[in-house]
Design a protein around this ligand. Structure first.
Ligand code: BGC
Length: 755
């Protein structure tokens, strides 16, 4: 439809019809199988509101959505099509590794392909919009949604957010088998106080602009059709009513012209925050801030028309919001084709296709991070990959588990997933493998808490809890297997329900019941590889100390078991890098590599001086830093060479390069990382910031030059007046394979001011 026609349509609509375009209802009103992520008890809609609401969330399936669309359009006074939205976060039915694991691939192109595959499965299922990607920067492992972020770094997050937007939308969301993306949660939702879900965010504007806003902006630049407002307050103002944030920053500065949707009942929650007296005021503040769609409540539906009639808001304000919703429908081509790609035959063909499974396996392999791989004294060989002929005991609750997807894999099914046991049976000789569950996933009391908070219908088997007698029997079998085997692969971690929305934890350890098993097994057989499953960085001190090798495998998705076996057996050489620091202990949080120096910085790990910015009882350094990850081969990176020492005048840039040599005994992939520090500036700058990276694959003995161009733009930051600028002076630059290694080399920027 042309813009003119769309405007004519809008002009022809009644105020009530326009308001209803701004209302989104939970799919549970239509379908008992719909996923509901928040309470709907207070959100009673009238029949007209239900029949005319502009969009629905939480249901999928070509047949169901076609039926709903047909009836809806028939009854709608202007036969306007409905929009169907769903949280497609790391795949629809083919589940890719969770987003934090996608960050660990350091491969935006691959991540784009996963989003494209997710878009395909969703589009043929009748979905038009996904509530993804989540661009929130996270530095607090206690927060459950760390799994949904791509980590602690603005640069990496920006690349990943843009990649996901492109993967979902292609060049245009109206294209075949593409869907519209929604960058969320605007803004700074990833920094809740104490890591507690839905908590408040206190953040200076400087830090907001420097670290938190870039990834959202990158998603918007990549063309995201929608943005979602966050639940949190930001410096005292809830996002859904934050006029400055939405109108000045999002709309004006970032130039976002698409649809701004609230989070689930976040307009209503402004009352609970203590920001609005009642629903009417909440509706007024939200629409004035620029929130176009009210997700899951009837506040807009009940109050907007009345606010216009009383003259408190203008009808133009409603028109603008309704137009944006209509325009989105038009961009998705729904006026011409209200079912878009929804197609039952295609669902059968595309969902869980071999191609998608292969992509899920490749992505999971690339997301696995080898944290430790000790050499054995007798042989001088590293423990991994598993040596041929070794008998291996796979022990732990994750051996059998098919719960390899996060709580944000709404349509993911455990039965589709490949467990470690299934994969090991495929990949290894029968006589070389033993399996034992060893213990439950979590302690009984934790299970009871989860059941109470999350869902009373969860069974003991859902939670992975056993009675005492079964625990004893499982342990006995595990210790016997450990004693018989040459090597133990302990498959441990956090149950999938322990991360995700509303799953904050103050203790980020592996559940006690599993740690007890770990200790007992390590007494029987010290040749231990621990495979850690988790939705967040865990406290891995003891695991790391007592295991000879450690693999972080996250929540790896449908092909998890196969990908893990690929790495364990050496069919694939691990190359994942941490997108987030793994704290030494929970008391160190927040810990991130791009911190400020302080006036009394610790001078290296050996510095014992007292009056330093430090803890008395734990190191400042995380257990495993950002950018870290080992390989089965060794890469040697030469000292950095600079093409010149200065940028300035006609010399707009300089080149920094290293030679990377595969000095080990097999082919491997390394992520070469570029970090920069502004030594002194008008506002203090982080001790290091990632400014580029390059993933290269080298054969044994092969050498390659890796070069980065350093430009003035890379040195820009927000000065005290909020302006983006760079300042003349000295900089340090590192190129290495982790955030905490390599020697810094100095260069200079030679101008007074940025022009
Ligand atoms: C979450 C959003 C999600 C929405 C719809 C909310 O609880 O915060 O991220 O998109 O529910 O399911």
């Amino acid at each position: 439809m042309t813009e003119k026609k769309l405007r004519e349509l809008l002009n022809d609509m009644t105020l009530e019809e326009k308001v209803n375009q701004l209302v989104q209802i939970p799919g549970s009103y239509y379908d008992k199988n719909a996923s509901v992520t928040g309470g709907i008890e207070n959100s009673r809609f009238s029949e007209t509101q239900l029949n005319q609401a502009g969009s629905i969330l939480g249901i999928t399936g070509a047949k169901t959505l076609r039926q709903i669309q047909e009836t809806y359009m028939e009854n709608h006074p202007h036969h306007i099509p409905l929009l169907f939205m769903l949280d497609v976060i790391h795949g629809l039915r083919t589940i890719f590794p969770m987003p934090l694991a996608l960050g660990a691939t350091f491969d935006p192109n691959l991540v784009e392909l996963t989003a494209q595959a997710a878009a395909k499965e969703s589009a043929v299922s009748g979905i038009h919009v996904t509530f993804a990607p989540m661009a929130d920067l996270v530095r607090d492992a206690r927060w459950g949604r760390v799994m949904e972020s791509t980590g602690e770094d603005p640069y990496l997050n920006s690349l990943m957010t843009a990649a996901m937007v492109s993967g979902f939308q292609g060049n245009h969301p109206g294209e075949q088998e593409r869907i519209a993306a929604c960058v969320k949660h605007f803004a700074a939702y990833g920094k809740p106080e104490g890591g507690r879900e839905y908590s408040n965010v206190e953040l200076s504007e400087h830090a907001l602009r420097e670290f938190y806003l870039p990834a959202y902006e990158s998603g918007i630049r990549a063309g995201s059709e929608l943005v979602m407002a966050s639940f949190n307050t930001l410096n005292g103002i809830p996002s859904s009513g934050n006029h400055w944030l939405m109108q000045e920053v999002l709309r004006k500065e970032m130039g976002f012209g698409g649809v701004l949707i609230s989070d689930w009942a976040s307009i209503e929650e402004m009352i609970h925050h203590g920001f609005c007296q009642n629903e009417r005021e909440a509706a007024k503040k939200a629409i004035e801030a620029g929130v176009d769609i009210d997700m899951a409540t009837n506040i807009y539906a009940n109050h907007l028309a009345e606010l216009v009639e009383s003259g408190e808001i203008t009808e133009a304000c409603i028109d603008e919001a309704a137009y944006r919703v209509l325009r989105l429908k038009n961009r998705l081509d729904l006026f011409e084709n209200p079912f878009k790609d929804g197609d039952e035959d295609k669902e059968k063909e595309i969902i869980l296709s071999d191609e998608h499974r292969a992509l899920a396996r490749k992505t999971a392999r690339e997301s696995i991070v080898l944290l430790k791989n000790e050499k054995e004294v007798q042989t001088g060989k590293e423990l991994l990959p598993i040596h041929s002929g070794e008998t291996v005991a796979f022990i732990g609750p994750y051996v059998e588990s098919k719960g390899l997807h996060s709580t944000w894999a709404i349509k993911g099914r455990a039965e589709d997933a490949v467990s470690i046991r299934e994969a090991a049976k495929e990949a290894m000789a029968k006589e070389n493998v033993m399996f034992a569950c060893g213990c439950g996933m979590m302690n009984r009391d934790n299970g009871i808490i989860l059941k109470r908070h999350m869902d009373e219908t969860l069974t003991e088997s859902d939670l992975g809890i056993f009675d005492e007698q079964t625990e004893k029997q499982l342990e006995k079998e595990a210790l016997e297997a450990a004693a018989k085997a040459n090597l133990v692969v302990l498959c441990l971690g956090e149950h999938r329900l322990l991360s995700g929305e509303a799953a904050s934890r103050s203790d980020i350890g592996i559940p006690m019941v599993q740690m007890e098993l770990f200790r007992k097994v390590s007494e029987v057989n010290p040749r231990i590889v621990t495979v850690v499953f988790s939705g967040r960085p865990l406290d891995l001190r003891e695991i790391s100390e007592k295991s000879m090798a450690v693999l972080e495998v996250w929540l790896p998705g449908t092909e998890g078991g196969n990908a893990i076996l690929d790495v364990l057996t050496g069919a694939c050489n691990p190359s994942g890098k941490l997108p987030v620091s793994f704290p030494y202990s929970v008391g160190q949080i927040p810990v991130h590599y791009n911190e400020y120096a302080t006036g009394r910085p610790l001078k290296g790990k050996e510095d014992t001086a007292f009056y330093r910015s430090r803890y008395l009882d734990i190191p400042n350094h995380p257990l495993y830093p950002f950018g870290y990850g080992l390989s089965y081969t060794d890469f040697v990176i030469s000292p950095v060479e600079l093409s010149r020492k200065t940028i300035g005048g006609v010399q707009k840039s300089l080149k920094a390069s290293v030679m990377v040599r595969n000095a080990g005994s097999r082919k491997g992939t390394e992520t070469v990382q570029l970090y920069i520090r502004d030594i002194a500036a008008s506002v203090v700058r982080p001790v290091k910031e990632l400014k580029g990276f390059c993933k290269i694959t080298l054969d044994q003995g092969e050498e390659q030059k890796v070069e980065f161009e350093i430009t003035e733009e890379m040195l820009q930051f927000h000065a005290a007046d909020g302006k983006l600028t760079s300042e003349a002076g000295g900089y340090l630059l590192w190129i290495d394979n982790s955030s905490d290694t390599g020697a810094g080399i100095e260069f200079e920027l030679e101008r007074e001011e940025h022009v």
